[in-house]
Design a binder for this molecule. Structure first.
Ligand code: URA
Length: 263
């Protein structure tokens, strides 16, 4: 595409750089704003992350408990969806268009958990319906699965602006929503799609390259039953790193071998 004007060229540049939405109608002069502040070099070096005071930790724990309590009484995915849609305790909701809960069969024996809605998911209100979702559908089809045989959700029900990675606080606030969905669906196999999901659910620090292709057991903090769990590469990652598709295929075959009867 050839830019037709200076404005068009600027928009084109933004698009190439990954900017795909406007989050404010007013133009902010960030450089001008900075000029009136003392320059950063004159400040003593700040710690990488402000220490969390016991009071902040208490407030945060209360927020997480609050997000659990809004879904604790939900007995169906519809009830949970209504409760999460009415929840105002996560800032991501302000910039998202829709609350994306889940798709597929809530009675299924297999449940997949991705990271967060992207642009297309945010528009349609359904998980995994953009380019990564189309690849996920093909991956599932390769082992005889489709959305009538699995239930699909995400760690976060709201799209982070510009598809940025979620913060640990956002993950912690939204985790009770996923945990309650796991309790409602009560699957026999959990497939964690990508590193953010694997780390959040398994409470591990390793990346997806270390966690994929292994078998774990998982139980929600409030349910005793343990569920066989595994992790796979995220399809968005596979779209960028096609050399990893071989390992992804091995992981799918391992799932089919172990859960053939359910497929
Ligand atoms: N990536 C995810 O992790 N989830 C979606 O729903 C879409 C893309």
């Amino acid at each position: 595409m050839t830019p037709k004007s200076q404005e068009h060229a600027l928009l084109f540049f933004y698009l190439e750089a990954g900017v795909d939405e406007a989050i404010d109608e007013i133009t902010h002069d960030r450089y001008g704003e900075g000029a009136s502040r003392p320059i950063a070099r004159a400040q003593p070096a700040a710690p990488a992350r402000a220490p969390v005071s016991p009071r902040t930790a208490d407030i945060f724990a209360a927020e997480v408990e609050g997000s659990y309590s809004v879904v604790a009484g939900a007995e169906t995915i519809d009830e949970l969806g209504n409760a999460v849609s009415a929840f105002e305790g996560c800032g991501l909701k302000q910039t998202a268009t829709t609350t994306v809960i889940g798709d597929g069969n809530p009675e299924a024996a297999i449940m997949l958990i991705g990271e967060a809605p992207g642009a297309e998911e945010d528009r349609q209100g359904l998980p995994f319906v953009g380019p990564a979702g189309r690849l996920l559908d093909r991956m599932l089809a390769a082992i005889g699965l489709d959305r009538t045989k699995v239930y699909i959700t995400n760690i976060l029900p709201w799209r982070p602006p510009g598809n940025r990675s979620p913060t640990p606080e956002e993950v912690a606030i939204c985790l009770p929503f996923v945990e309650r969905q796991i309790e409602i669906v009560d699957p026999e196999l959990l497939i964690l799609v990508g590193g953010i999901s694997a780390k959040a659910i398994l409470g591990r620090v390793e990346g997806i390259t270390k966690l994929r292709g292994k078998w774990f057991t998982y139980s929600t903090p409030r349910a005793a039953r343990s569920i066989t769990t595994t992790a796979i590469f995220h399809p968005a990652y596979l779209l960028r790193q096609s050399a990893l598709k071989r390992q992804a295929w091995q992981d799918l075959l391992a799932i089919r071998d172990r859960f053939g009867g359910k497929i």
